[in-house]
Write a protein that binds this ligand. Sequence first.
Ligand SMILES: [Zn+2]
Length: 486
Amino acid sequence: MYSKKILVICAGVVLLFSGTSLAQGRVDSFKQEAIRWVQANEKMLADASLAIWRFAEVALAEYESSKCLADMLEREGFTVQRGVADMPTAFVASFGSGKPVIGILAEYDALPGLSQKPYTAHKEALNPGGPGHGCGHNLFGVGSTGAAMAVKWVMEKHGLAGTIKLFGCPAEEVLLGKVYMAKAGVFDGLDVCFDWHPDSRNAVRLLTSSAMNNFEITFHGKTAHGAADPWSGRSALDAVELTNIGVNFLREHVRPTVRIHYVIPDGGMAPNVVPDYAKVWYFVRDNDREGVEQLYDRVLKIAQGAATMTETTHEVYLITGVYNMMVNRVLAEVLHKNLQLVGTPQFTEDEQKFARQLQRSLGVKEIGLKDEIDELKEPERFMGGGSTDVADVSWLVPTASLRTVCWPSGTPGHSWGVVTCSGSPIGFKGMIVTAKTIAAAAIEVLMDPRIVEKAQAEFKEKTKDFTYKSAVPEYQKPRLPINKNR
Ligand SMILES: [Zn+2]
């Protein structure tokens, strides 16, 4: 009797085991189909990326770039909602129905003043003074779009249940797009979300980022002749300068994780005119929202003091504010596993030679393009650094973020070196690896409900006692550029 029972249990285990491996085989073969779709469409994706690279449209002016991606997705059978969250260049493209709902983020804005010729190892503007893709968002937008299209192709072919959503997120360079999209509830209903960024390494990040406030302080004074009757004037520029002096004294008494930086976009027009209008633009950062809010209050007190000292009036406009990034470990592991499956971008000897020439021009180590995948490991203690508006999404839904090699190491971010690689075969190869990796990871999530369960459990644990509250006021709409040609 006893031995019979064991036999039955054993048979059950064997059955269960062979069922699991069958299911795994299906997942693996669907992933390979998605990878092959990306491979077959490499040229189309590279062409789209180069088109967006040439448009080089800055934050909230990405009309052609967002149209290019939204049109591609619509042609492929996605339902596209354009102009979401009061931003004409934001969109959401969806395919499928029901659970799980998988999001992929896309960005496509350029940076002002960074125009550069493509695939050129020395600094030479394509359009002097014009914008350029100094953060590789032309690759970002198309890599994510390619992943969504590959997943859709497999879903349709095999009748897979679930929903894939591609989010066209404008204005990342001013950390604004996803903040207003989050506030408008655009990311509601997602189960998981994938993100990536072009880089000089192949990695899945577990690193956080700084929370931040981005704001302007405008002072109004009284104008006068700079020499004839300066005593009649009240200088708005004095107020800006005194604010900055106060803030620079504040630096000694803030946490080591704090970052404060500013520029003066308006400081008057001529020395012999007392400026009655001046503006200073600040970014303040710390490890979390609480730290940023305290810091922001202290800077505003200083501005109030400067206005009192100079007998000027002032106003503050909070352009945007973001959270610190919260990476989902379960989802990061899925991305990492699929990056290992896809492998690193394979560069030719000519591309490596170009990379070393570029590194020479930049005065950094001539080691070429990286070929390894970084280990997935907990980072050292975060001591402050850059920010991203992906962070706000990460507090709403389990999110993981990939990095692939699109330029050689040592290339400074937001520089001509990034622009030149983002318009070259080097950038396109990193982008293709991304499209394959995110597509494979999304298929795994679609086919294995345990991933969403585990990712959600981790997310709930990390966000207990937390309610997302946008840093920007509830009714504030994004300020659109004034000089747009439409
Ligand atoms: Zn970027």
